[in-house]
Design a protein. Structure first.
Length: 339
């Protein structure tokens, strides 16, 4: 089971974010999903999504997937307001060193051709369209911290090291947030998100989530401070697969930097300290949870990708997001409204 289908993620979405959820079976495995609903033109419009479908050798399981598509159409496309069903396939299509991928135009083109091949296959066999609105990034950066921080730092880019060294001169301190810090971080996060036009969860949801994560020892808020003032913060989840021999890993969920300290490299320094803390506490890896696909400079994550890629690690590319359309007219209308 992946993090995306874990009890932790299901609890956060259902009990804290208060999102409607459902369960269904895909090729013999049970998955939970999320319903996104909105009122438009006097009717309720629904889209359904399942994240983290692990299906090894997807291309060789057409028969099972045809059955899956048929029961999805029957169970989720009955209402006039049901627009589409989104699948996010977690299968790894490629795992490659982040450093070696940078500037490798030949590899980027090769990956693009493989994606086109998969797109054609899924459309021809199952009428699945590449999602026009990516809900989970196809690509992530994961950093192995199991060998200790010194070994991890060898993979940092020159620019990453430069920002970290710059921040070291600022007399920063690394702390695990106390309860009184949570509200201040949320203010910083809200200000940053507002400036960039991003939507974030409410203050009540955030505080409830942090209380739950802390009480259950499933996550924590980690901060960089300068003389007691919050410079940067990251919400880090702790996850362990339910299989023998599995080691715990860290997952970067949310982060923000106080714009008063936006030019000192505080967020770079904080990530370095988080990985040091993780290595010291015997965690396997840090998943930075989403970057732009290789070669896509216009992707909405292209800016944050440069930050995450500065820490090296491995770039992992999944099969990605695909839509099963129930109502083509409403599907096109939603695209227009979002633009």
């Amino acid at each position: 089971m992946s993090f995306y289908q874990s009890d932790l993620r299901k609890y956060i979405n259902k009990e804290i974010y208060k999102k409607p959820t459902f369960e269904t079976t895909i090729a013999g495995k049970k998955y939970f999903g999320i319903v996104k609903s909105q009122r438009r033109l006097g009717k309720t419009l629904n889209r359904y999504m399942i994240h983290g479908i692990q299906w090894v050798e997807l291309m060789d399981k057409d028969k099972e997937f045809i059955e899956t598509v048929n029961h999805i159409r029957r169970d989720f496309g009955a209402s006039r307001g049901d627009i589409f069903f989104q699948f996010w396939f977690l299968d790894e299509k490629e795992k490659i060193s982040t450093t070696s991928l940078k500037g490798d135009e030949k590899k980027v083109k090769e990956l693009g051709k493989e994606k086109e091949k998969l797109n054609k296959h899924l459309w021809k066999k199952h009428e699945l369209l590449p999602s026009w609105r990516e809900h989970m990034p196809d690509t992530t950066v994961k950093i192995d911290i199991s060998q200790g921080i010194q070994e991890t730092r060898r993979g940092y880019s020159k620019s990453g090291k430069r920002y970290i060294n710059k921040a070291k001169k600022e007399d920063l301190s690394f702390v695990i947030a106390e309860k009184r810090d949570r509200g201040r971080f949320r203010e910083v996060w809200y200000t940053m998100a507002y400036d960039k036009g991003f939507a974030i969860i409410s203050k009540e949801q955030f505080l409830t989530m942090m209380e739950y994560l802390t009480q259950q020892n499933l996550g924590r808020l980690m901060l960089a401070k300068k003389w007691g003032t919050l410079v940067s913060g990251s919400v880090i989840l702790e996850y362990k697969e339910k299989k023998e021999g599995a080691k715990k890993e860290l997952i970067y969920l949310y982060g923000a930097t106080n714009r008063e300290f936006g030019n000192i490299g505080g967020h770079y320094w904080l990530k370095d300290q988080i990985m040091k803390w993780g290595a010291d506490h015997h965690y396997r890896s840090l998943d930075l949870l989403g970057v732009a696909p290789p070669g896509d400079d216009k992707h909405y994550l292209s800016g944050v990708s440069r930050f995450k890629q500065a820490f090296g690690g491995e770039t992992i590319i999944s099969s990605g997001n695909y839509d099963l359309v129930f109502n083509s007219k409403l599907y096109r209308l939603m695209q227009v409204l979002k633009k």
